[in-house]
Write a protein that binds this ligand. Structure first.
Ligand code: GCW
Length: 719
């Protein structure tokens, strides 16, 4: 009996132990054990002796990461030595260090900038010297993580020479985290910032978060929700922010805060927040001085103003430039920046929501101070599963525009749907703005090369929370990863990103890597097909945005209704944004205006974004629009089923815990794909008056059933 109990206990402990190990907490920094002998030998010999001092906080971090990675993957502990001109093995020192000096010329060193690095191997086996070098410690950290990534994917190093530097300056996460620890549009637990126990308690999570970010080059984080709370700017909260900034600094991460425009009134006892009022200006200057005294490398402010009820300069009859410049003047002496969001739509104007940011901001180009960056959302409406690129991108030659992607899946199935967003981001980055000329892709606008911007940036609205695995869905980690990699290199392919991530996160077995890659690369198109095919947009449930609700028309303002966005009637469906409609298309350069303005050349992706398409409109494949709509939904459902099937083949290459997790989530995804298809086709069918097309499964329930579903506590809705 006693023995039996003991055995039981062991078994339980074993299960618990495994569970912890594979919870997903380690993200892509799992440092999976290397079993392949040749590869193992290569890295054992590379890492057995490392020449570097530990003479800065960042170098201490580098050493700790190396010890962890090498210990876990290779089972050895590296020996750290001081580097000298005669050092062999791995050398990690700055380019001016005697151990590195003479290897690279001044031009190469200049070209690395403040964050780039070189990994260089010389000499013959047995006598090889491998150098990681950079102009700064942070560059060394990035180089180290790069080398560890090569180890994780068991790459061959022979004579390796890599010079890498970031394509974009601000590589950023925007947290929509409230001080209450709820997360707006967050689906993976509560905020990881424990404001209550800060500043004295530094959760290990903060460090692991910083490690993960640094490993993919993320160098800036806005801690708080853009629907901002002025309290974060009060002295006691600034102490907490300082504690986080101190924890992140060795990892090269700067902290930003969201600034509520009305803060001078709310916490400053002023009567106004008018940006032209000298007292208000002085208040912001003092506030900035106070912050920079605590956090000398504070990044600056991220501001949502005059949008969705947030206060802003327009409350005082001023414009966005007046507001942004006032804050920019406050942070300017400290080299700070103001990131001003372009996601605005007026509370009164009945103008097509699509058009409003462009209408408001283009006349202000050239009027912003030189430390203001305009953050433009991915898509003129709002982070939809597929949007045409935002027409502001390319239209602001004198104002740095940065990209705001959304990692959290507000409109993409929350944290229960597997959707790899790199292909969606790529589609947008590769889009040609034709401004000022053909070939000026969105990537070229945001990396600054098109207009020589002084600042460049790419932000992702974070999908991170207190869940064990950070992001809820194990695959949502890949979207965090993708943001970092794309911000570092806005031209990198989705395939490479997926490949790297899988090898570090799951397995190095090529067949399984390929299966998982397949699932990931097809997932975005699949989701678009079962949610919003052929250009449909914003037909999700009201408020929480969960599930389909194309019938919804009860919102307090017209442009919060699904019916506003699709305009289905007996004739057809879609938003006419041509010159016969709202003419939003005029905000794009030629030839896009003409191409997208013509229903026959607009392309399937953008069809109902720009046209009210007749149900019986004959499409290129010979079928009418209604049939194509049905078949797209069906294709989406089949795509989801296919993902589920493919996952069953990954077998033992994926640990049991995450295998099971993904399996359960995929079955939810299939169920919800069916729900989307059936609800949408049942509803749109009441207008098309055509039967469910051939080849499309019939809905299980009637429309009333789908309409009756309600989700009062759907997550992420913090209003
Ligand atoms: O998409 C909408 C979201 C809001 C969000 C807003 C924004 C932070 O539904 O929750 O508020 O966009 O981006 O400002």
């Amino acid at each position: 009996m006693h023995r039996k109990l003991l055995v039981c206990l062991y078994v339980m402990l074993f299960i618990l132990g495994t569970a912890r190990a594979e919870s997903g907490y380690d993200l892509w920094l799992r440092y999976l054990q290397i079993v392949n002998a040749a590869s193992k030998n290569q890295f054992v010999s590379l890492f057995s002796q490392i020449a570097m001092e530990a003479n800065s906080p960042t170098k201490v971090v580098i050493r700790a990461e190396l010890a962890l990675a090498i210990g876990t993957a290779l089972g050895i502990q590296p020996k750290f030595l001081s580097a000298t001109a005669n050092s062999k093995g791995l050398i990690i020192e700055k380019i001016q260090h005697p151990a590195v000096k003479g290897f690279f010329d001044a031009k190469t060193s200049d070209s690395l900038g403040q964050e780039g690095f070189i990994i260089h191997q010389t000499g013959t086996a047995g006598n090889a010297k491998t150098i990681i070098t950079a102009n700064t410690d942070i560059g060394l950290l990035y180089g180290t993580f790069h080398l560890l990534r090569l180890m994780n994917s068991q790459a061959a190093l022979n004579g390796i020479h890599i010079l890498s530097k970031p394509g974009i300056g601000l590589r950023m996460l925007n947290h929509w985290d409230n001080l209450t620890r709820t997360v707006e549009r967050g689906y993976s637990g509560s905020s990881i910032w424990n404001w209550h126990s800060l500043p004295d308690y530094i959760d290990q999570r903060y460090i692991d978060y910083a490690r993960a970010n640094a490993s993919i080059g993320i160098n800036a984080v806005a801690l708080t929700n853009v629907n901002a709370n002025a309290t974060v700017l009060t002295p006691s909260y600034l102490q907490k922010v300082k504690a986080l900034a101190d924890a992140f600094r060795p990892y090269g991460i700067k902290v930003f805060l969201t600034a509520r425009f009305s803060s001078p009134i709310e916490i400053g006892m002023l009567k106004t927040a008018d940006p032209l009022d000298p007292q208000v200006q002085q208040w912001w200057k003092n506030k900035a001085d106070e912050i920079y005294t605590l956090i000398p490398d504070f990044g600056g402010f991220l501001v949502k103003a005059n949008s969705e009820g947030q206060p802003g300069p327009q409350n005082y009859g001023r414009n966005h430039a007046d507001g942004a410049n006032m804050m920019a003047a406050a942070v300017k002496p400290h080299n700070g920046v103001v990131i001003w969001r372009a996601f605005v739509y007026s509370s009164e104007t009945p103008e097509d929501r699509f058009k409003q940011p462009y209408t408001e901001f283009v006349p202000l180009d050239g009027k912003f101070s030189d430390n203001v960056i305009l953050q433009v959302k991915n898509g003129p409406i709002d982070f939809q599963p597929r949007e045409p690129f935002h027409p502001l991108l390319g239209a602001m030659p004198k104002t740095p525009t940065m990209m705001e992607f959304q990692l959290t899946q507000e409109y993409l199935g929350f944290a229960t749907h597997l959707v790899f967003l790199a292909p969606m981001f790529r589609e947008v980055l590769d889009a040609d703005t034709y401004r000022p000329r053909q070939g000026t892709t969105v990537a070229k606008v945001i990396d600054g090369s098109a207009f020589n911007y002084k600042y460049t940036g790419m932000a992702g609205v974070a999908n991170i929370g207190s869940d064990l695995n950070w992001t809820g869905h194990p695959f949502a980690q890949a979207n965090w990863y993708a943001l970092g990699r794309l911000a570092w290199d806005p031209y990198i392919s989705s395939e490479i990103i997926a490949d790297e991530w899988i090898r570090q996160t799951f397995t190095n077995q090529t067949a399984t890597v390929n299966t998982i890659k397949n699932i990931m690369l097809g997932s975005h198109e699949t989701v678009v097909n079962y949610m919003t095919p052929l250009g449909l947009h914003h037909i999700m449930g009201y408020g929480h945005h969960y599930g389909p609700a194309p019938w919804y028309n009860k919102a307090s303002r017209e442009d919060w209704n699904c019916t506003y966005f699709h305009k289905a009637d007996a004739k057809g469906v879609g938003f006419d944004r041509t010159s016969k409609g709202t003419n939003a298309l005029a905000q794009y350069a030629e030839p896009l205006q003409t191409k997208w303005g013509n229903i026959s050349t607009a392309g399937d992706k953008w069809l109902t974004w720009f046209h009210h398409v007749p149900w019986d409109y004959q499409m290129a494949n010979g079928k009418n629009f209604w049939n194509n709509l049905g078949l797209s939904y069906q294709k989406g459902v089949e795509g989801a089923r296919q993902m589920e099937r493919q996952w069953t083949t990954v077998g033992s290459d994926v640990d049991a815990q995450r295998y099971k997790q993904v399996q359960m989530l995929l079955s939810i995804q299939v169920k919800e794909a069916v729900w989307w298809r059936d609800a949408c086709l049942s509803y749109f069918g009441t207008f098309s008056n055509m039967p469910i097309p051939q080849g499309v499964e019939k809905p299980e329930f009637d429309l009333e059933y789908y309409k009756s579903l309600s989700f009062p506590y759907a997550p992420g809705n913090t209003h």
